[in-house]
Design a protein around this ligand. Structure first.
Ligand code: IVH
Length: 670
């Protein structure tokens, strides 16, 4: 393809992808499959790599991330990001109404009500229609420039097309992790033995400040906007601002309402009190704003907050009940979760009997004692939590809870590493919930996808001594299954067919299914493609593993330990004999050029234009080879920022050519 063709194709592809992105995220009416969408993105990425000069400023490829930021730049907000005055009572809200009426000297006014989204506030700066900057609130005056991360949020337009817009305007809103995404994220983490996150808000905040935007893109953050700022916007009310934002394709929560009186506001608050729990994100109140912008200006600000707006916070329902005891659950990876066993009590429409206590630290923090009366709260989340002890009701001779030292299921002594909040049962191979958990992990949809097998059947198979490891599944016979409760001819046939069919599951999924700690689905896919088959992985050294995409120290260590274990090797042999796929059938990534023609590279440090894995992919795609360590045979050491001095010394000693990122890019252009 020549330059002028490339320029045209890049522009056309960008437009096409933006259109489909809009159909999917703003209009919820996709016209092409996710696969087709991804293909378009891949094609555009490839062209942009070859012809970076034609990459558009609002290119949709930015959505997948790729920029690594070491320290976020501090940016001064053009308009400070203020917070809101809070109230929990209807009386205070009446007072607010009176203050507004007084401030406006009897002039009629209206309110605009929105929910108060519990996320992280963000300010988006648009210049000539293009999103130039995304900045966190920070201290209200200065925030962090997290633009690369913000660009991965699909519902935020990278550019807006309307002629009559001022050259500069700002849009503000709340970045959040949808409840479902947060739950799935925690499930996935639990499944591979990572500690779970405490709540969606903090996780959203942490995600927005991650240094590698590619990781951010995977987290699926979302954003609701609620504020338009700028000069000459030709709007005179907040309502018009919201409608303008809607027409520009910004995502606005449809929960807003204009209210003429404070009574209408009260009705709005009552309307959403229960219903808000059904929304896709957490909310903790209502924001009430005076609708007319000229009236907002007249009311002005106190030192800290606007006089034209206030937030009403919902009280999370709380009730006191007796803590009858603490039980302990054992997860698939052996993690112990303490659970509060409560005297059943009615709270926000449901009977609450149990609440998670997370870990030993939480029990110590609350200073829980059996027999205590504790306050149980149900916030926006569905799972109730114990928030405090009612000390007035504590009996004098109560004793602090002594955390268990042995596994409640198999009596093995528990362990707790220094940096971990949870205790673990190390009896991986003999602890019943861990064994069953491993089989459940193995059959799940993302793994072997044996949907004819459920939790209950696994329980029965385990209890009857028929299945102790995943490989046992492939030895099951018809007679075995017919003995199980609820299994007849047809269901037995289906179960066996499901197990049989799973043997054609691709290697990428098999590698995830065998349950190596910390190896999630994405990591398994990357390693499978990189090493091609299980034998290479099992023989790979720590260093070689570290060199593979997505593999850090923790994962490399875990893989090495897994393949050191003879039982694991035996299990893999049995699975191999059963016909499972242990070789990747993925094709080699397509070559973009042969600019690096067989030359070998080691990359070290951090780069401006690539992340570590990406630069390796670029080397491979352009005909080069990637090595793990500096040796005399090496052609080039690509030196990024913060490269370790020992690597440089070794390369200098062995007379290996050291090149910078810019020199590397020059080589690519040939
Ligand atoms: S308006 C000048 N509207 O609440 C005030 N804020 O406590 C501009 N928030 O920092 C804010 N939902 O992060 C506004 N519908 C909403 C909101 C909202 C959540 C957050 C925002 C702000 C904080 C103030």
């Amino acid at each position: 393809m020549n330059a002028s063709e490339a320029k045209k194709t890049i522009a056309a592809l960008s437009e096409k992808i933006n259109l489909h992105n809009d159909l999917y995220y703003q209009k919820s009416k996709p016209q092409i499959s996710d696969f087709e969408f991804d293909q378009l993105l891949v094609e555009l990425t490839r062209l942009e790599e070859q012809f970076p000069q034609f990459k558009l400023e609002d290119s949709p490829t930015q959505r997948v991330g790729g920029t690594v930021t070491k320290d976020f730049e501090t940016v001064v907000h053009r308009y400070p990001m203020l917070s809101l005055g809070n109230t929990y009572s209807k009386e205070e809200l009446q007072d607010f109404d009176k203050r507004v009426a007084k401030g406006l000297e009897g002039e009629p006014f209206e309110y605009f009500c929105e929910l108060k989204f519990d996320g992280v506030s963000i300010s988006l700066l648009y210049e000539n229609g293009v999103m130039k900057r995304g900045v966190t609130r920070g201290d209200g005056v200065r925030g962090d420039d997290v633009t690369a991360n913000v660009r991965t949020i699909r519902s935020i337009p990278l550019s807006v097309k309307e002629k009559n817009l001022p050259s500069m305007f700002e849009v503000r809103g709340e970045v959040f992790l949808p409840k479902k995404v947060f739950e799935q994220l925690n499930k996935d983490r639990e499944d591979i033995g990572e500690e779970t996150y405490a709540n969606a808000r903090n996780t959203a905040s942490g995600t927005l400040k991650m240094q590698d935007s590619r990781q951010v893109a995977k987290r699926k953050l979302d954003c609701f906007l609620y504020y338009l700022l700028g000069e000459e916007l030709s709007i005179s009310t907040h309502e018009e601002a919201i409608h303008k934002l809607e027409s520009l394709n910004f995502q606005i929560s449809p929960t807003y309402k204009k209210c003429s009186t404070i009574q209408d506001v009260m009705a709005y608050i009552a309307h959403w009190e229960k219903r808000r729990t059904e929304l896709p994100l957490e909310t903790d109140g209502v924001v009430i704003k005076v609708n007319r912008l000229d009236q907002q200006a007249r009311l002005g600000y106190t030192a800290k907050v606007p006089r034209w707006a206030i937030s009403f916070k919902y009280k999370s329902e709380s009730i006191s009940t007796r803590l009858n005891g603490i039980t302990y659950q054992v997860g698939r990876t052996g993690a112990i979760t303490p659970v509060a066993e409560l005297e059943p009590v009615l709270l926000a429409g449901t009977t609450v009997k149990r609440a998670s206590l997370h870990n030993a630290n939480e029990i110590a923090r609350l200073d829980l004692r059996i027999g205590d009366h504790v306050f149980v709260e149900k916030g926006g989340e569905i799972i109730p939590k114990v928030t405090a002890v009612d000390l007035t009701k504590r009996s004098k001779n109560s004793k602090s809870v002594i955390y268990i030292t042995r596994c409640p299921e198999c009596a093995t002594s528990l362990i707790r590493k220094e940096d971990q909040a949870n205790h673990y049962c190390p009896n991986e191979k003999g602890c019943p919930p861990q064994i069953k958990g491993k089989i459940e992990h193995f059959i799940q949809r993302k793994a072997m996808n044996i949907d004819s097998l459920g939790e209950k059947t696994i329980e029965q198979l385990f209890d009857r001594g028929l299945v102790k490891t995943p490989a046992d599944l492939y030895d099951l016979r018809r007679e075995d299954i017919l003995k199980l409760e609820g299994f007849k001819d047809l269901s037995t046939k289906n179960l066996l067919a499901g197990i049989e069919a799973s043997t054609s599951t691709p290697f990428e999924s098999v590698l995830f299914a065998i349950g190596i700690r910390f190896v999630g689905k994405t990591v398994a896919e990357k390693i499978a493609r990189y090493f091609k088959n299980i034998d290479t992985i099992s023989k790979a050294s720590f260093e070689e593993l570290r060199n593979a995409p997505e593999v850090g120290e923790k994962i490399a260590e875990s893989i090495v330990a897994f393949f050191k274990d003879r039982d694991n090797l035996r299990e893999i042999e049995r699975l191999r004999k059963a016909g499972l796929q242990f070789e990747s059938s993925e094709k080699e990534p397509e070559k973009v050029s042969d600019a690096l023609g067989g030359k070998s590279f080691v990359v070290s440090g951090t780069f401006e234009h690539y992340e570590r894995d990406e630069i390796k992919e670029v080397i491979l795609a352009n005909g080069g080879r990637v090595l793990s360590g500096v040796s005399a045979k090496l052609d080039y050491l690509v030196a990024g920022e913060n490269m370790g001095p020992s690597k440089r010394e070794k390369a200098e000693k062995l007379k290996v050519t050291i090149i910078s990122e810019a020199e590397f890019q020059k080589m690519l252009k040939g």
